[in-house]
Ligand binder design. Structure first.
Ligand SMILES: Cc1cc2nc3c(=O)[nH]c(=O)nc-3n(C[C@H](O)[C@H](O)[C@H](O)COP(=O)(O)OP(=O)(O)OC[C@H]3O[C@@H](n4cnc5c(N)ncnc54)[C@H](O)[C@@H]3O)c2cc1C
Length: 229
């Protein structure tokens, strides 16, 4: 990993006209000063490259699968029989045991509860984890979506919602003011690839190797130790 020089100076090649335009935007109140404009411009550039970053992680994962002789078929699965997996375009793949890994999905019974749901059927909540339609109902973790600021459905966010949820439940019962929950905007993703090898990604950065696996292993073991009785 490259060392980050904390005193690194960056030269930005701006002409007088560019500076004039920036100053105009500052005067009009869009930015508080020139630095604020430059920071916002860099951040926006990073946001616009987010898909490329995701692709980079996907390419790393596909390379890791290829190294382990795993063939990826991008077609969806239409049917699983006793001896085959049938794909939507008709291909039949011989299969002894199918392992199914799904993303999060909302329990269908939520539709009958009368609670406000998001477009995928998860409980819609506000910043205090209260249902958007029923303030006496609280929801956190995969089953809910903070509709004003959705975050990925993953264990990282589900675990961290626990403490604010407990706090707000207690305050609600005691009639006290509730605290909005502001989760982190990014999470570290560590993907184990087998054979003590893993891929890491954090915002715009990604890396892979045996050292990433050791890092993941240490985090996982510490987490389990923390919750062991
Ligand atoms: C294979 C796999 C790998 C994953 N790996 C990662 C990872 O590496 N990192 C990460 O951050 N996240 C990972 N996730 C996602 C993570 O597991 C979930 O985001 C997290 O468990 C969500 O926590 P939760 O408490 O909201 O829901 P859950 O963990 O799903 O807990 C909900 C509980 O409610 C119970 N329940 C459901 N319906 C009812 C009912 N009607 N009555 C009573 N009980 C009910 C369920 O049985 C379950 O015990 C993974 C998920 C899967 C499936």
């Amino acid at each position: 990993m490259a060392e980050v020089d904390r005193t690194e100076k960056i030269t930005i090649n701006l002409g007088l006209v560019d500076l004039g335009l920036i100053d105009l935007l500052v005067e009009e109140g869009f930015y508080s000063n020139r630095t604020d404009f430059i920071r916002a411009a860099i951040r926006r550039q990073l946001d616009s490259r987010a898909a490329t970053v995701d692709d980079t992680v996907q390419r790393r994962a596909l390379r890791a699968l290829k190294r382990r002789n795993v063939t990826v078929l991008e077609d969806s699965c239409a049917e699983i029989t006793a001896s085959q997996v049938v794909l939507t375009r008709g291909t039949r793949v011989a299969c002894d045991a199918a392992v199914i890994a799904l993303g999060a999905f909302a329990p269908p019974w939520l539709r009958d509860t009368g609670l406000a749901l998001d477009e995928r059927g998860f409980v819609a909540t506000g910043p205090t984890l209260q249902s958007s339609s029923h303030p006496e109902v609280f929801a956190a973790g995969d089953v809910s979506t903070r509709t004003h600021e959705p975050h990925p459905k993953s264990g990282v966010y589900a675990v961290r919602a626990g403490a604010p949820l407990a706090l707000n439940l207690r305050r609600f019962l005691a009639g006290g003011p509730l605290e909005p929950w502001r989760p982190q905007s990014r999470a570290l993703n560590l993907l184990a690839c087998g054979e003590r090898y893993a891929i890491a990604s954090w915002g715009g950065w990604s890396a892979e190797g045996a050292w990433v696996w050791r890092w993941k292993d240490r985090i996982d073991r510490d987490f389990v130790r923390l919750h062991s009785l």
